[in-house]
Write a protein that binds this ligand. Structure first.
Ligand code: ADP
Length: 395
């Protein structure tokens, strides 16, 4: 009956990691007092821990407790390899599970990486095909984001010199085959940020947002050895490109884009530019859908079913000049910051759509109060409850 005292209508609740408004949910049982007076919790931090086991049936939280199976590069790789083995190289679907560039976690997988590295040096290709004589890998520190600490290496010596390389066993590095033939627009490399809303892993129900971002490098791409350290050429993160964007050092097609997105374009704008280059967008989009589905499919049995959970994932994919789609990583908390007019035209619409799809049941505190008051007074109810009441009292 603690609920009966509340009168404000329940509605979607959101918080951000800085605001700390998720505190009460961590500290109190949602069954106590007013803590269950919400129907949707969307926290902008993976560290948020709602007590998933104690939630009421109408409460939805934007996180699957085992989502790391999808978002950690080493775990995703393990699931992909499991499915490659399960489906065998001859099966019709086997190619779907080869959408990650060959990846190793160091120092744990040092010996297998060394073997793959040397084989690649002698022309035995792993996933990504590179020009003869080139053996290029990209090294990414685990636990860092926005391009920080990333570098390209083409010799074991360079790798050993990397912080967290073989020399310092405590730090983990992800070392991945570098895609040397990215699809480009007017000579500039890009990757895609796609948004995928998962409303259930078992059975799988996922929604791929039609709109998203193409994130561009601002220096024209080459494989010149002297330019391997040029982050503005090889990395497409907006944070890496920011200084050049501020100085106006971006290609014309980005300058002309409307709404302006700095070093980003909308997928719609990308589609127009690619069609000018005779790329068939519908074929590409079909492959993108297949690859997204493959990632969700391989982790499906490792993420327990949870009717309270949903999650909007950020998929980073790179397309090569043969139209192959490579998954770089899946992010659990894609940025919703509104830094550019393009962000403002896409992200709020996408969040609105996601909330509409999740469609948390309305929670009518006033109706509940009325019913509880009538019950405790032991009087028969005057009128049959409407559907809003049924929704509110479903638990
Ligand atoms: P972070 O989490 O720091 O953003 P990413 O894995 O997304 O790290 O890599 C940052 C950027 O580096 C990507 O946006 C992409 O442009 C480039 N990149 C990453 N992996 C590869 C790869 N295997 N081949 C080619 N480019 C890559």
């Amino acid at each position: 009956s603690a609920n009966a005292g509340a009168t404000a209508a329940g509605s979607a609740v959101s918080s951000n990691s800085g605001g700390g408004s998720v505190g009460p949910i961590q500290q109190r049982s949602p069954l106590a007092g007013r803590a269950n007076m919400w129907n949707m919790l969307w926290a902008w931090s993976v560290k948020m821990r709602a007590p998933m086991g104690d939630l009421l049936s109408w409460q939805r939280v934007n996180h699957f407790p085992e989502a790391k199976q999808l978002t950690r590069k080493d775990l995703l790789k393990r699931h992909m390899v499991r499915h490659q083995i399960m489906h065998g190289s001859n099966s019709r679907v086997a190619h779907l599970f080869c959408c990650l560039p060959t990846t190793f976690v160091l120092p744990k997988e040092g010996p297998v990486f060394t073997e793959a590295f040397h084989k690649a040096a002698y022309g035995v290709e792993c996933s990504v095909t590179q020009p003869k004589g080139l053996n290029l890998w990209i090294v990414k520190p685990v636990g860092q984001s926005r391009g920080r600490g990333i570098k390209l290496v083409r010799s074991a010596r360079q790798l050993a010199d990397s912080p967290g390389g073989f020399g310092t066993p405590d730090d983990s590095l992800v070392v991945q085959r570098y895609v040397t033939n990215p699809m480009m627009v007017q000579g500039y490399k890009f990757d895609l940020r796609l948004y995928v809303l998962v409303t259930s892993f078992t059975p799988l129900e996922a929604w791929l947002c039609q709109e998203g971002f193409a994130r561009f490098a601002t220096a024209p791409f080459t494989l010149d050895e002297a330019q391997l350290e040029n982050r503005h050429m090889h990395l497409t993160n907006s944070s890496v490109q920011k200084s050049r964007v501020e100085r106006g050092e971006v290609p014309d097609f980005l300058k002309k884009a409307h709404p302006a997105g700095g070093s980003k374009l909308s997928l719609t704008a990308l589609q127009r530019l690619l069609e000018l280059q005779q790329v068939d967008w519908s074929v590409l989009w079909e492959k993108i859908v297949e690859v997204v589905l493959a990632c969700l499919f391989v982790v499906q049995d490792a993420i327990p079913s949870n009717p309270n959970a949903f999650e909007l994932f950020g998929f980073d994919v790179l397309i090569d000049d043969h139209g192959c789609v490579w998954v770089l990583e899946v992010n659990s908390s894609p940025s919703f910051s509104l830094d550019t007019p393009l962000d403002r035209s896409i992200k709020p619409r996408m969040i609105r759509d996601a909330v509409a799809i999740v469609d948390p049941l309305p929670f009518d505190r006033a109706a509940l109060q009325e019913v509880l008051a009538a019950r405790t007074a032991n009087k028969p109810r005057a009128a049959r409850p409407g559907p809003r009441f049924m929704a509110g009292s479903a638990a």
